[in-house]
Design a protein around this ligand. Structure first.
Ligand SMILES: Cc1cc2nc3c(=O)[nH]c(=O)nc-3n(C[C@H](O)[C@H](O)[C@H](O)COP(=O)(O)O)c2cc1C
Length: 245
């Protein structure tokens, strides 16, 4: 028997339909406490999470994220922001000069944010809630930033819907382990064979999930994805003071 934590991790699947039951405040506070306890580069804690409870803002965010209705419908919607502003404010108490936002600091802030968010996701799932990340908020990052009043050196990395699941989707199979775990050096052959094997697995999964309507392999979805890059993020991030050096 493996510890229950492993079961929680292995049962993860994104939830896109929620009951309207609210998440009690103490549970949400505990989830955020778990997020804060994630490892953080040099204890910089470079993230801020915005709980969007205002329904008009939710509606707008749903539109800005490609009309993903569950952003409006879920009991809790969180926007996870990478935040160098707080770091700068703290450092300024003892340091004269401006923050030069380096690529390194961009990585630090983005990684800190993702680690905290994933801790929150696991905490929520361990309490029986479901989540889905929303990268769609980066479709219109400028507008999202303005709506949430994000200062310079803060950017929205992703949103997260959270609440009691009103659906029970299948868990989505992952790549075979040999494709992602290599010993001592990168194994390109294992990648190739892993993709082939996984294509079959995902085709089967898609057929099952769609009751025979979708017959798509993983590599086909990746080809579709690679064709639609979000090209505006570099300019947006520089306009928010990131990636200066
Ligand atoms: C950073 C990030 C952004 C995502 N953005 C969206 C999104 O905008 N809309 C959505 O429905 N799912 C989104 N997802 C969920 C992924 O599609 C999902 O995690 C992936 O297909 C694997 O499925 P699973 O979570 O059910 O295992 C996102 C996931 C991550 C990690």
């Amino acid at each position: 028997m493996w510890p229950e934590t492993i079961d929680v991790l292995l049962n993860h699947r994104s939830i896109r339909k929620f009951k309207s039951t609210p998440i009690p405040q103490p549970a949400l506070a505990k989830i955020i406490e778990a997020a804060q306890q994630a490892s953080t580069s040099s204890s910089m804690q470079c993230f801020t999470v915005i709980n969007v409870s205002d329904q008009d803002k939710r509606k707008k965010l749903a539109e800005l994220s490609g009309n993903q209705a569950y952003i409006e419908e879920c009991p809790v919607f969180l926007v996870w922001c990478a935040d160098l502003y707080r770091y700068e404010q703290a450092a300024k108490l003892h340091y004269e000069g401006e923050l030069t936002s380096t690529v390194e600091n961009f990585i630090v802030a983005t990684v800190d944010t993702a680690l905290a968010a994933q801790n929150a996701a696991i905490a929520a799932e361990s309490l029986g809630y479901g989540i889905v990340y929303i990268g769609g908020i980066r479709n219109n990052p400028q507008e999202v930033s303005a709506l949430l009043g994000l200062p310079s050196h803060v950017y929205p990395v992703f949103g997260m819907c959270m609440g009691e699941p009103d659906q029970a989707p299948l868990t989505r199979p992952r790549l075979p382990q040999q494709a992602i775990l290599h010993e001592n050096s990168y194994d390109q052959e294992a990648v190739e064979s892993g993709i082939q094997q996984y294509d079959g697995t995902i085709r089967q999964y898609m057929l099952e999930r769609s009751e025979g309507k979708l017959n798509t392999s993983w590599s086909e979805s990746m080809a579709a994805k690679i064709n639609h890059p979000r090209l505006h993020m570099g300019d947006f991030l520089r306009s928010k003071g990131f990636l200066q050096k």
